[in-house]
Ligand binder design. Structure first.
Ligand SMILES: Cc1cc2nc3c(=O)[nH]c(=O)nc-3n(C[C@H](O)[C@H](O)[C@H](O)COP(=O)(O)OP(=O)(O)OC[C@H]3O[C@@H](n4cnc5c(N)ncnc54)[C@H](O)[C@@H]3O)c2cc1C
Length: 470
């Protein structure tokens, strides 16, 4: 048994053995085997490679956003040999993927989330995953040939440009980027920011949301999605945005402007006015991919916490940290919260598998809110166990916290999902009121049938100075 895989006092309990009972009937034998391969690949190859990757990115801003770490290409070769490639494309919706369901991929993505390089090494990294789904689902044959094929082969990368600095972009109807038809072309003007992945020199295609019909009375028919090659004249990547000080190079998050950016009319995806439909379709599975990876992050944080609790080189007040009861309570709570959140994520995946992202809006929104909060709580406990080291570069925890915190904002902030969930739940309110009233009325009628006066047991009807007559 490799010491890089050991995870219990008895040696190793494999990923397939740890699949929750609820999920097991939905997981094929092939997926179980692949899951174990993913775990082994991540623990033995990817996590040790994380540091090499970080070093190969370089030092200066110019270097970092021009880098293409060799280790990622070496890992891709290993991953492909193992058959770990494009597992994210669900089998019942796409023929191009590795033939797994959302649930099966969900179990695998948990392990991918434990390493910085694992998702890209297996061609399962955001935002390419969501972008590939968009082109596979809505793209023309030509668009698929030109852009989907190299993305599926991991030869190029992509970015999704929706958010704009000057408007509240969590409401996509506010988007201002203009896309105007001009002969055989469309011309784009406007600004974008938080364009993730745009820093990477291999990022060759941008999927851009803008407005083709800003004055359409139907505010959901104003938007369109169009494909813009990275080298089209008129695009300026002004700067990269940091996340709590991390630059996330070479991928990064760009602040970009488009000035008279002209692309062929054939780059329009699905047709003018279909932008809303496309972004809704894109965000479904992508949102749970983040949630699945976050479960892995939380597991990793707990593993680091357990390691610190059992490190006899550092004993505050003469005791190992695990002897301090409060720490074990935090471990137990973390175990409960991770396991509960995992079930919610797997349930969302099963619901998507049984219908599609639209049929699982409730379950997706639930995990979109639940999982980042759980992840941050667990990472925070692990950071605390490490004291000063926990917020430094000596553990991965500080970086994981920064990444994890963004998950409460990306793909729509918590509030939007909570509001939607709350509104939908509230639709049942009137029906519940009527049912509860009807049950009370029936209870009273039943009392009468049994010769009982339907009145409150604590009823007194006592007036001042009198003894109750009841
Ligand atoms: C690390 C990172 C990566 C990202 N990657 C991408 C990317 O690749 N492509 C892309 O297009 N975008 C990306 N984004 C942008 C992200 O999707 C947006 O930041 C997000 O949708 C919120 O939009 P906004 O920033 O314009 O905030 P606003 O819309 O201005 O909202 C600000 C705040 O208002 C509150 N709020 C919003 N709506 C409601 C409501 N209905 N009720 C109550 N409160 C509300 C929330 O607290 C919200 O955080 C990324 C962001 C981050 C941090």
């Amino acid at each position: 048994m490799s010491e890089l895989l050991v995870n219990s006092q008895h040696g190793h309990l494999s990923a397939s053995q740890r699949v929750p009972a609820m999920a097991r009937p939905f997981v094929s034998e092939r997926a179980m085997k692949t899951l174990d391969l993913v775990e082994k690949f991540v623990e033995e190859e990817c996590i040790p490679a994380d540091d090499v990757y970080t070093r190969q990115i370089g030092e200066t801003t110019a270097e970092r956003f021009a880098s293409h770490p060799q280790i990622i290409e070496d890992l891709k070769v290993k991953a492909r040999k193992l058959g770990l490639w494009n597992m994210f494309l669900p089998k019942n919706h796409f023929k191009e993927g590795a033939g797994f369901s959302n649930l099966e991929y969900g179990l695998m993505a948990e392990y991918l989330g434990k390493s910085r390089v694992a998702s890209e090494a297996t061609n399962c990294a955001a935002p390419d995953t969501g972008n590939m789904e968009v082109i596979a689902k809505y793209g023309s044959d030509d668009q698929k040939k030109r852009w989907l094929q190299p993305l599926l082969e991991g030869k190029i990368r992509s970015a999704f440009l929706m958010t704009e600095p000057q408007v509240a972009s969590s409401d996509a109807t506010n988007i201002e980027m203009t896309i105007k038809r001009d002969g055989d072309s469309y011309v784009l003007n406007g600004s974008k920011w938080w364009s993730s992945g745009i820093g990477d020199p291999r990022c060759e295609i941008y999927i851009v949301l803008g407005k083709t019909a800003p004055n359409d009375p139907n505010k959901y028919a104003q938007q369109s999605v169009i494909l813009v090659p990275h080298n089209t004249p008129g695009i300026t990547v002004h700067r990269m945005l940091s996340v709590f000080g991390y630059d996330d190079a070479p991928h990064g998050h760009g602040h970009v402007t488009f000035q008279n950016v002209r692309v062929p009319a054939s780059n329009m995806v699905l047709g003018e006015g279909k932008g809303f439909e496309i972004i809704q379709g894109r965000l479904g599975p992508g949102r749970i991919h983040h949630a699945m990876r976050s479960i892995g992050q939380a597991e990793k944080a707990l593993e680091w916490m357990l390691a610190r609790l059992n490190d006899d080189r550092k004993q505050p007040f003469g005791e190992m940290l695990h002897k301090h009861g409060i720490m074990l309570e935090r471990v137990a709570r973390s175990r409960i919260e991770i396991d509960a959140a995992r079930l919610a994520v797997l349930n969302a995946a099963i619901t998507i598998d049984e219908s599609n992202a639209k049929g699982a809006l409730k379950e997706i929104a639930e995990v979109k809110v639940l999982v980042p909060a759980m992840n941050l709580t667990v990472i925070d406990r692990a950071i605390q166990a490490y004291g000063g080291g926990g917020v430094s570069q000596d553990t991965p925890l500080a970086n994981m916290y920064a990444q994890g915190r963004t998950m409460r904002i990306v793909d729509g902030p918590d509030e939007v999902h909570l509001l939607q969930l709350g509104k939908n739940e509230n639709k049942r309110g009137k029906a519940h009121l009527e049912r509860i009233d009807a049950q009370i009325a029936k209870g009273k009628a039943l009392c009468r049938e049994y010769g009982i006066e339907p009145k409150d047991r604590l009823h007194l009807d006592r007036k001042s100075g009198e003894v109750s007559k009841l």
